[in-house]
Design a protein around this ligand. Structure first.
Ligand SMILES: [Zn+2]
Length: 330
C-alpha cells in the first residue's frame, strides 16, 4: 500500500485525522479521477474502521503509524483477503446500481456485524446509482444504524444527486503522480523499475491505464507500428473515416498505441542525440524535433477526443500533421 500513501498522502492524512478524532461520519464520498486509487483507499479506510486492535471507545485504532488499520488482527487480515463479512462492496450491475441493490442494502443494515464492531458499505461509482435507488437510500445515508458507515466513490461527482452529496463528507483524491503509479506497478505487479517508470510516464496518472498499458505491450507496439505505416503511405481521409467509426474505447486504445510508439522513438532519438558531436543544426536534432512534434500532435488528438470533438476531424488533423512532419526535409 506504499503507493497509495505516496500517491494520496493528503487524503490519507485527512482520513487519519478523522480516525484520531473519533468522530466518524455516517457517509463519505471519495471523489477523484479514474485510476486514482479511490476503491483501494476506501478499502484501507474501511479496514481501519473495522480493525479489532483499536483501544478507543469506538474501537478505532489509535496507532499513528503509516498504515490505516493494524494489518495484523483477524479483521484486517480478512479485509486484505477480500473476505470480511462486515465489509460489503456494492458495484454496478451492467451500467447502473439499481433499486434491487438499494433494497438489499436496506435489508443488510438491519443485521448486526459479525466480526467487527461496525459494518462498512463501499458503493463504487456512485454516479451510476439510478434516481430510484438514490432516493431509496437517502434516509439511510442520513441516519443509518450507529454501527454502519458508507463510503461512496466517484470519478464524476456532477452526476450524483445533490441530495446524496449533501449527506456525505467529501474526501478529494488527486490524479496519481507518476512516481506513485510506478511504485504501484512495482509493488503489485512486480514490474522492473525501468519499465514501471516508462509505463507510469504514459499513464496520465491513472492506475487503470497503467495496468492496461502493461497488459498488452507487444500487441500495442505492433498496432502503433502498423498504424504509423498506414498513415505515412495510405489515404488520409479513408483512414480517418475508418478510425472515427470505431467506438470510443477502441479509438483511445489506438491513440495510446501511437503515443507509446512515438514516445519510444523520442527517447531513442534523445539517447542518440549528442549536441557536441553534431552541432545544433544536425539531422539528429531534426529527428528529435520531428518525433517530439508528432508526440505532441497525438496527445492533442487524445485530449480533443476525450472532449468529444468530432472524431473524423480529429483523426484527419492528426494524420495530416504526421504526414507533414514525415515529409519535412531533414
Ligand atoms: Zn486490525
Amino acid at each position: 500500500m506504499d503507493y497509495l500513501l505516496r500517491g494520496q498522502a493528503v487524503s490519507v492524512r485527512i482520513l487519519k485525522a478523522i480516525l484520531r478524532s473519533g468522530r466518524i461520519g455516517h457517509a463519505y464520498l471519495f471523489k477523484g479521477p479514474a485510476g486514482s486509487g479511490k476503491t483501494a483507499l476506501a478499502k484501507q479506510f474501511a479496514k481501519a474502521l473495522l480493525c479489532l486492535n483499536g483501544d478507543s471507545p469506538e474501537g478505532l485504532p489509535s496507532n499513528s503509524g503509516t498504515e490505516l488499520g493494524c494489518n495484523e488482527c483477524p479483521s484486517c487480515v480478512r479485509v486484505d483477503g477480500d473476505a470480511h463479512p462486515d465489509l460489503i462492496m456494492i458495484e454496478k450491475d451492467g451500467t447502473s446500481i439499481g433499486i434491487s441493490a438499494a433494497h438489499s442494502m436496506l435489508k443488510e443494515v438491519l443485521t448486526r456485524p459479525f466480526v467487527s464492531k461496525r459494518k462498512v458499505f463501499i458503493i463504487k461509482d456512485a454516479e451510476t446509482l439510478t434516481a430510484e435507488a438514490a432516493n431509496a437510500l437517502l434516509k439511510l445515508l442520513e441516519e443509518p444504524p450507529a454501527y454502519v458507515n458508507f463510503i461512496l466513490t466517484t470519478a464524476n461527482e456532477s452526476a450524483i444527486p445533490a441530495t446524496v452529496i449533501s449527506r456525505c463528507q467529501v474526501i478529494p483524491l488527486r490524479a496519481m503522480p507518476a512516481e506513485a503509479v510506478a511504485a504501484y506497478l512495482q509493488e503489485v505487479h512486480n514490474v522492473p523499475e525501468d519499465r514501471s517508470r516508462q509505463i507510469a510516464a504514459l499513464s496520465d496518472g491513472s492506475i487503470q491505464k497503467a495496468v492496461w498499458l502493461l497488459s498488452q505491450p507487444d500487441g500495442q507496439k505492433a498496432n502503433g507500428e502498423a498504424l504509423t505505416d498506414k498513415v505515412m503511405n495510405g489515404s488520409l481521409v479513408e483512414l480517418a473515416l475508418e478510425y472515427s467509426k470505431a467506438d470510443s474505447g477502441e479509438r483511445q486504445k489506438l491513440l495510446a498505441a501511437l503515443q507509446l510508439e512515438f514516445a519510444e522513438k523520442l527517447s531513442q532519438a534523445a539517447m542518440e542525440y549528442d549536441k557536441r558531436q553534431y552541432g545544433p543544426d544536425n539531422s539528429q536534432a531534426a529527428v528529435l524535433k520531428r518525433n517530439f512534434e508528432a508526440l505532441k500532435a497525438i496527445m492533442r488528438a487524445r485530449q480533443r477526443l476525450s472532449a468529444n470533438t468530432n472524431a473524423f476531424l480529429v483523426f484527419c488533423t492528426l494524420f495530416m500533421d504526421m504526414q507533414r512532419l514525415n515529409s519535412e526535409e531533414i
